[in-house]
Design a protein around this ligand. Structure first.
Ligand code: SAH
Length: 396
C-alpha cells in the first residue's frame, strides 16, 4: 500500500489522535494514490501510525480513518464505524424516540467528512472529503441496513467540497420524496424538513435541546426570535406559552415554510405569532425606535466567521445584534444568544456579548451556557468539532 511519510516531529498530532494531516506535515508519498485512496501513515522514523484517506487538492492532505496501522479500510470497516455511531446515540436516553437525529457527526464519530441525519424514515447524507466521497456507497448502505430506512438523499453540496477538488452531488440514492414531504416531530411540534433545498441537510438539529429550553423559558414572555429560518424556536416558544412571538428572517421561502409549520400544528395559537421578512441588523433598530419591548430574545444568526480569519468582521456583527437585542429587553428579560462560527471561540464570544451589554448600558449575567445537542458529539482530541456555543443572559 502507498505510504504517506510525515516530516520529523509531525507525528505528534497523530499520536494525540487528531484526525487531520496538513500539507506542511507531509514529507512525501511513497507510491501512487488517487484522491480518496487509503494510504498508510508513517512517522519520519518509519513507525506506522495508522491509515488515512489521501486528498491531494486539499490543504488537509489526509484524514485519518484509523489509528491502527493494520486496520483494513473496507466495507466491513465502515459497517463497524456506523454501528458504533448508532450505539453511541442509543446509549443516551435523551435521544430516544427523536425523529430528527444526527446519526453520524463526521470526525467526532470516526468518519471524517461524513454527515448523516435521519428525519423520520428519510436519511440525508453529506460527504465533504475525498475519502468520504470514495466510500459513499459503502457508508450509505451500512446506515440503510442498520436503520431500515428506505429513503436516502445525498446532499453533498457544501462549499468545503471544492477545497477537496470535488463538485456538488445531490440526488436520491434510494427511494424518493414521501408524498407528504419529510416531516418530523420535535418536542411535540411537527416541522417540515426540506432535504432538497433547505439549509444544511434541511434542518438545524444541533439546536434541538436549546429549543426545548426556549420552550420552558417562554411562559408569559413576549418573544422575539431573530434569524428564525423555518420557525423551530418560534413554535417551541408558542408551545411554551408565550403570549406573543415575533419572528424575523430575511428569507421569504424560509418564512413561508415557517407559516406552513405553524399551520401544521393546530394545537398552537396562531394569533400570537407574527412573521416579518426583514434584515435583523436593521429591524432591531426599527423595533427600538418603535418603542417595542420583549422578555425573551433569541439570536441564532448564520455563521459570520467560518474561520479565524473572519473573526474581526464577525465580532462587529455579533456585537451589533447583541447590543441592540439587549436594548430591546424589558427588565428581567432573557437573551439567548448563539454563535455557530468555528472562527469565534467561546471566550471571544463571551467577550463580545459582555461588550455589547456594557455599551447597551445593561447589567447582565450568564445563567446558562449552551452547546450542540448530544447527537453532535465532540471528540476530545478534535476541538475543531465544537462550533456551536450559546449563552443565556439575564438582564436587570
Ligand atoms: N434558528 C434557526 C436556524 C437559523 S439559520 C433554527 O433553529 O432552525 C440562520 C437564518 O438567518 C437563515 O434562515 C437566514 O435566512 C437568516 N439570515 C441570514 N442573514 C440574515 C439577516 N441579515 N437578517 C435576517 N435573517 C438573516
Amino acid at each position: 500500500m502507498t505510504q504517506l511519510v510525515l516530516k520529523p516531529g509531525r507525528e505528534r498530532s497523530v499520536l494525540r489522535r487528531h484526525p487531520w494531516l496538513f500539507e506542511g506535515a507531509v514529507e512525501r508519498l511513497d507510491g501512487r494514490a488517487k484522491s480518496g485512496d487509503t494510504v498508510t501513515v508513517l512517522a519520519a522514523d518509519g513507525r506506522a501510525l495508522g491509515r488515512a484517506a489521501w486528498s491531494p487538492e486539499s490543504s488537509i492532505r489526509a484524514r485519518m480513518w484509523s489509528f491502527d496501522p493494520n486496520e483494513i479500510i473496507d466495507d466491513v470497516f465502515f459497517k463497524r464505524r456506523v454501528a458504533a455511531a448508532l450505539a453511541r446515540r442509543a446509549a443516551l436516553p435523551e435521544l430516544a424516540g427523536q425523529q430528527g437525529l444526527r446519526l453520524i457527526h463526521a470526525e467526532s464519530d470516526g468518519l471524517p467528512g461524513v454527515i448523516c441525519d435521519r428525519y423520520a424514515e428519510t436519511l440525508v447524507f453529506a460527504f465533504s472529503s475525498a475519502g468520504a466521497d470514495k466510500w459513499r456507497n459503502a457508508i450509505s448502505l451500512a446506515v440503510q441496513k442498520a436503520t431500515g430506512c428506505t429513503r436516502v438523499y445525498e446532499r453533498s453540496d457544501a462549499d468545503l467540497r471544492t477545497l477537496e477538488g470535488l463538485g456538488p452531488r445531490c440526488g436520491w440514492l434510494h427511494g424518493d420524496l414521501p408524498e407528504e414531504g419529510v416531516v418530523i416531530e420535535e418536542h411535540g411540534v411537527c416541522m417540515e424538513v426540506d432535504v432538497v433545498a433547505g439549509h444544511k441537510t434541511g434542518f438545524y438539529l444541533d439546536q434541538r435541546e436549546n429549543r426545548l429550553l426556549t420552550r420552558t423559558l417562554s411562559k408569559g414572555r413576549r418573544v422575539l426570535n431573530c434569524f428564525c429560518y423555518t420557525g423551530a424556536f418560534s413554535l417551541q416558544a408558542l408551545a411554551g406559552g408565550a403570549p406573543r412571538v415575533l419572528s424575523l428572517d430575511s428569507s421569504g421561502p424560509a418564512l413561508e415554510a415557517a407559516r406552513r409549520n405553524l399551520a401544521r400544528n393546530p394545537q398552537l395559537d396562531a394569533t400570537r405569532a407574527e412573521w416579518r421578512e426583514a434584515d435583523v441588523f436593521e429591524e432591531l433598530r426599527a423595533l427600538r425606535a418603535a418603542g417595542e419591548r420583549f422578555d425573551l430574545i433569541v439570536l441564532d444568526p448564520p455563521k459570520f466567521a467560518p474561520s479565524p480569519a473572519h473573526a474581526e468582521r464577525a465580532s462587529r456583527a455579533y456585537k451589533d445584534i447583541n447590543l441592540n437585542a439587549f436594548k430591546l429587553l424589558a427588565p428581567g428579560g432573557l437573551l439567548m444568544t448563539y454563535s455557530c462560527s468555528g472562527g469565534v471561540g467561546i471566550e471571544l464570544f463571551q467577550k463580545i456579548v459582555a461588550g455589547a451589554a456594557l455599551d447597551a448600558g445593561v447589567d447582565a449575567r450568564i445563567v446558562r451556557r449552551l452547546t450542540a445537542s448530544a447527537d453532535h458529539p465532540v471528540l476530545l482530541d478534535f476541538p475543531e468539532g465544537e462550533y456551536l456555543k450559546g449563552l443565556v443572559c439575564a438582564v436587570g
